[in-house]
Design a protein around this ligand. Structure first.
Ligand code: NAD
Length: 281
């Protein structure tokens, strides 16, 4: 039995829906991507987003800024995009150089144009179970959970990683669905104590081979969000082995897993923002 969740198939079906809607309504949503510096991984992520955006018929404008840009200059550019009615979505690629405070940048983006869903407005709404724009990776995870028809009510879930943009939104989502959730981080003393008890493990740590065969419960489902470079190859946070695959029920691969879901969810967010903006006109 194939235990690898076919994320490509799930992502493609969402892509198709977005593309059809854009074609049927004859619209051309515009996404502005802001890149500060030339970080290799960021460039790769942005290129993937541009490729999918073009397939979907979205207009993408890439603003490449020097690493030395000041926070004030970046805020000014964001304000221009906020004020421009032709712009439907704004994405500032993270991470930013050390002299720029990401929290200030995230809050400066008009939440009506925030495709990432990182603005406190959106995070707060998710927290109180009245979601608007859900952070793309979390949205991608929810699509997978829907596709595998996992009833979250009453299950034991373990989320490893508690960042504001990945781990915490997923924790909120799971709590809203009445799962019992343990949240682990670098400070957790005995990680396997939590993972061994979990029906669902979601790993977003960025630590290769963090979770292995010995640490998981039989028939558990593992969603691996981590992206690492190990010996020149992209890997996740899960140590894949035959023993692990025999023991668990389902897992997502890296690459070809959550990353695909994150990108399509980003464009789903863009389309939803576009529709909200045009309802108001
Ligand atoms: P982050 O660095 O902001 O947060 C990492 C979290 O993991 C922290 O809470 C930290 O305490 C925890 N952690 C780190 N090492 C740990 C360990 N050894 N044991 C337990 N907890 C540990 O990172 P982030 O932005 O939340 O991203 C997490 C990972 O997900 C990264 O690898 C990132 O590249 C990846 N990511 C993937 C996608 C995707 O689409 N697949 C999207 C966003 C992020």
């Amino acid at each position: 039995m194939n235990k690898k969740i076919n994320c490509r198939e799930i992502a493609n079906s969402i892509k198709l829906k977005i593309k059809d809607e854009i074609l049927e309504q004859k619209i051309n949503p515009c996404l502005e991507i802001i890149q500060v510096g030339t970080d290799f991984a960021s460039t790769k992520y942005i290129n993937n987003k541009i490729k999918v955006g073009e397939e979907l018929g979205v207009k993408i404008v890439l603003n490449k800024l020097s690493e030395t840009i000041t926070q004030r200059q970046l805020l000014k550019l964001i304000q221009e995009k906020n004020d421009n009615p032709e712009v439907n979505g704004i994405l500032v690629q993270l991470p930013l150089p050390k002299h720029i405070e990401p929290k200030i940048i995230i809050e400066a983006i008009d939440y009506n144009k925030d495709v990432d869903g990182f603005h406190p407005h959106h995070l707060g709404k998710l927290f109180i179970d009245n979601p608007s724009i859900v952070p793309a990776t979390c949205r991608g995870v929810t699509h997978i959970l829907d596709a595998i028809e996992l009833d979250l009510c009453g299950i034991d879930a373990c989320v490893i990683g508690k960042s504001n943009i990945v781990g915490k939104p997923i924790v909120s989502y799971l709590l809203n669905k009445n799962a019992s959730v343990s949240v682990c981080s670098k400070s957790t003393k005995n990680l396997s104590q939590y993972t061994k008890n979990a029906d669902l493990i979601i790993i977003a740590a960025g630590a290769p081979d963090l979770v292995n065969y010995h640490m998981v419960k039989k028939n558990s489902i593992i969603l691996d969000i981590g992206i690492n470079e190990k010996n020149g190859k992209i890997t996740g946070d899960l140590a894949i082995s035959d023993k692990l695959i025999n023991k668990i029920k389902l897992y997502t691969p890296v690459p070809g897993g959550i990353g695909l879901m994150t990108i399509v969810s980003l464009f789903e967010n863009l389309l939803n923002l576009y529709k909200t903006q045009n309802k108001r006109k």
